[in-house]
Design a protein around this ligand. Structure first.
Ligand code: ZN
Length: 86
């Protein structure tokens, strides 16, 4: 099954990219939860990274787009290096 998602390429505009070519990067920050979708444009083959809203994020997750990023604060959080703060 080859599902695809719609995304916007800055050069080509709206394109459809196979889910296999897409990746969802999620950052679960308490104050600013955000996600970006990273995909390769099927037309110009550029890797595009664009922010997506919470609603779109859930739709993408439901579409089984591979997700990378920090998991929510689960009980068994792995020891990860903290980002440098101010
Ligand atoms: Zn493009």
């Amino acid at each position: 099954m080859t599902a695809s998602i719609r995304a916007d390429c800055p050069d080509c505009g709206p394109v459809e990219t196979p889910i296999a070519e897409a990746q969802l990067r999620v950052t679960f920050e308490p104050t600013d939860p955000s996600a970006v979708i990273e995909f390769r444009c099927p037309r110009c083959l550029t890797t595009v990274t664009t922010a997506v809203g919470e609603r779109a994020t859930r739709l993408l997750m439901r579409a089984e787009v591979p997700v990378v990023g920090s998991p929510t604060s689960a009980g068994h959080a792995r020891a990860a290096p903290r980002e440098r703060g101010p």
